[in-house]
Design a protein. Structure first.
Length: 375
């Protein structure tokens, strides 16, 4: 099964035959948090920005099982001290609200959709010991927040691909190791251990791996912790790079070296593909001065590289050449640069395009630095 199959036959995959329309109605009316579907049932929607956002239904027992798993794996010292956890996401849910019903936690939700300028003072006043947020928000805090007031002891990135420049900037600013939480509408799939390595939740989810290429795999998951809504051999859209089994923390659970992106964002040239990590690394390896970028494949197959204007022109040209080299492994390319508008021969056009993203757009849209456009 996959997302399209689940959403097309939503009622078939839950025990009470609840339809997707019923769930959306409950969400629109604000009833999801109060068990608006039925007593003891809670629903939610993915934090993604695509038109086909995922839906889920959980029971009271399942949401507390989720909370217990997060605490055991992410905050193992929670039984000794009370943590203040700041969750910064575009969508609140019954899962997060369960945290405030525990005597071990004080949890505050900050709405990503309102922008960090609207709640940065409230966040500092909350004085969180733990912050969970997308990488772009953690980076914004690292570059803009009053770090004299904001002094978390643990940081977790989630909801977006974590790229090396973001990790480097966040860890340097806070002097902390940045952990990750790999979670989707379909379930909780991995959490970083005390050594900073991402471990799959193989203790209650069965993972099968479908090879994609370039040593990447797509997970197919069966979640044994979900009893109300079926998640059985569900094909995820993510691209994982698996690590070795050994970890200094002692856990035998499979290590994930990186969540490299989405299958949707693999660049296709006929029957040949180039995965997001290859393109990302080609650009980033050019210069440490590149800390942000966008690589987009258009409907006609052409590829745009966008770099901020703060990147020196010589570095921009070097990055374009590196991107061409990465793409050339799959298909011959031609170049078009803004200064000359001249093209070299080849079937695929690769060009430097203007950086036309405002600060508001950078924060309000889900971060996808490598993206295959749909329109």
């Amino acid at each position: 099964m996959d997302k399209a199959q689940l959403m097309a036959n939503f009622a078939t995959y839950n025990r009470d035959g609840i339809t997707a329309r019923t769930v959306r109605t409950a969400l629109d009316r604000g009833e999801a948090a109060e068990g608006g579907l039925a007593p003891g049932l809670y629903c939610g929607v993915s934090s993604g920005t695509s038109g086909n956002r995922g839906l889920y239904i959980i029971t009271e027992a399942e949401r507390y099982r989720w909370l217990g798993t997060i605490l055991a794996k992410g905050l193992p010292d929670v039984w000794r001290r009370r943590h203040r956890v700041a969750v910064i996401l575009p969508q609140n849910s019954a899962l997060y609200r369960a945290g405030n019903q525990s005597r071990w936690l004080k949890l505050a939700f900050f709405d990503l959709r309102q922008g960090p300028a609207s709640w940065k003072e409230a966040l500092a006043d909350f004085d969180p010991t733990v912050i969970i947020a997308p990488p772009k928000i953690l980076r914004w805090l690292a570059e803009n927040a009053d770090l004299g007031r904001l002094r978390p002891q643990r940081l977790f990135a989630g909801a977006e691909t974590l790229d090396p420049p973001d990790r480097r900037i966040v860890e340097a600013a806070f002097s902390l190791r940045l952990g990750q939480i790999y979670m989707a509408t379909e379930g909780l799939f991995a959490i970083s251990c005390s050594q900073g390595r991402l471990h799959l939740t193989e203790d209650f989810v069965r993972f099968e791996f479908e090879p994609v290429g370039d040593q990447l795999v797509t997970p197919i998951v069966t979640d044994f912790s979900r009893h109300f809504q079926l998640t059985c051999r569900y094909r995820m859209n993510d691209l994982l790079r698996l690590g070795g089994r050994g970890c200094p923390c002692g856990s035998p659970l499979q290590v994930v070296d990186a969540v490299e992106g989405r299958q949707d964002d693999v660049f296709w040239f006929g029957d040949r593909m180039v995965t997001p990590d290859v393109l990302r690394n080609a650009v980033l390896d050019c210069s440490p001065s590149i800390t942000d970028f966008r690589i987009q494949q258009r409907l006609d197959g052409s590829v745009d590289l966008r770099l901020p204007s703060t990147v020196e022109p010589a570095v921009q040209k070097s990055a374009l050449a590196a991107l061409e080299g990465a793409l050339h492994t799959a298909v011959p390319v031609q170049r078009c640069t803004p200064d000359t508008n001249e093209q070299t021969e080849g079937p695929i056009l690769v060009r430097l395009a203007s950086w036309n993203l405002t600060p508001e757009q950078l924060l309000s849209h889900k971060l996808r630095r490598v993206e295959r456009l749909r329109s």
